[in-house]
Design a protein around this ligand. Sequence first.
Ligand SMILES: Cc1ncc(COP(=O)(O)O)c(C=O)c1O
Length: 361
Amino acid sequence: MSKIKPQPGILEIAPYVGGASSIAGIDNVVKLSSNENPFGPSEAAKEAFRKAAFDLHRYPSTDHAALRTAIGEVHGVDPERVICGVGSDEILAFLCQAYAGPGDEVIHTEHGFALYRIGAHANGATPVEVRERERVTDVDAILAACNRKTKLVFIANPNNPTGTMIGEAELARLADRLPKQALLVIDGAYAEYVDNYDGGAALVDARDNVVMTRTFSKLYGLGGMRVGWGYGPAHVIEVLNRIRGPFNLSHAALVTAEAAVRDTDWAEKCRQDNTRLRAWLAEALAEKGVPSDTSTANFILARFANQAEADACDEYLKSDGLIARKVAGYNLPNCLRITVGDEASCRRVAHAIGQFKGAGE
Ligand SMILES: Cc1ncc(COP(=O)(O)O)c(C=O)c1O
């Protein structure tokens, strides 16, 4: 037995399993397992990426000033209190590294995103799972779980994989009542898909115990580029910047993300298409006897009678070249998470699920 041991907590981590992207023996697959933008990034972003090829020998900016300025202008936030990371994953990891260690507790909700638990364990802290109410974040249950050891409270709003969200008054109530030493992290990976929602930015501005994280991986279609950002009070951003590697983002990533965030027309087109196709898909599935909660994100959580039916439907979809996401690991064994694809993909999924349900009758 080797005497070389990792830090406490590391071996508790169940490695993250990403969405599948291929099916053996099938060429024309549609990947609906990772909540990617089916239309990809804007032309301006692709052009910026191509131009970046001429500067590959140069080290990138260390302060990300141009990207932070663009984010500030487009999202109406103070660029001085923005931090950019290798996906919002990196910002979530910085938060855990900076604020949670052995003896501390990190709260996440029952069906919350896997990275919160991983981040807690990675730093020797204890993740605490809090039940949701019918697949919706329950502020009272979170408050009841808080104690002197609570250092971080993660909620995704909208949540992944449920697609549900809570309102701004509930977020403010949560922030107001947290213990003094706890930081509320509002993960806004899907915030851009919601009408008239700032992702929690106003709450960040109003308080000193709230941080918001955002990503370029969803609406902006840059999942492969790995760019995310956080917005928080000065004292938190200053701490996170101390642990951020000086060259964490490549020049290509920085300029591509900057062009993407500035192309508000493309973002708006993608947002509107998602809203329309999401409503269509949810209704089409409901008609076939597969209900879902009202989703505010770019996916739908389809509910089946039980795990056996969900698994059988997943196999049926795969045989048709359609890759959905099983979410048993999120305590939702009777559900499949299906990304809202383009119109043709939505029709294909609805048709296949209709055939599956018909075959089962
Ligand atoms: C709720 C939530 N937060 C954060 C992320 C991480 O996104 P990224 O690291 O690509 O910015 C995801 C990705 O699926 C997510 O669903």
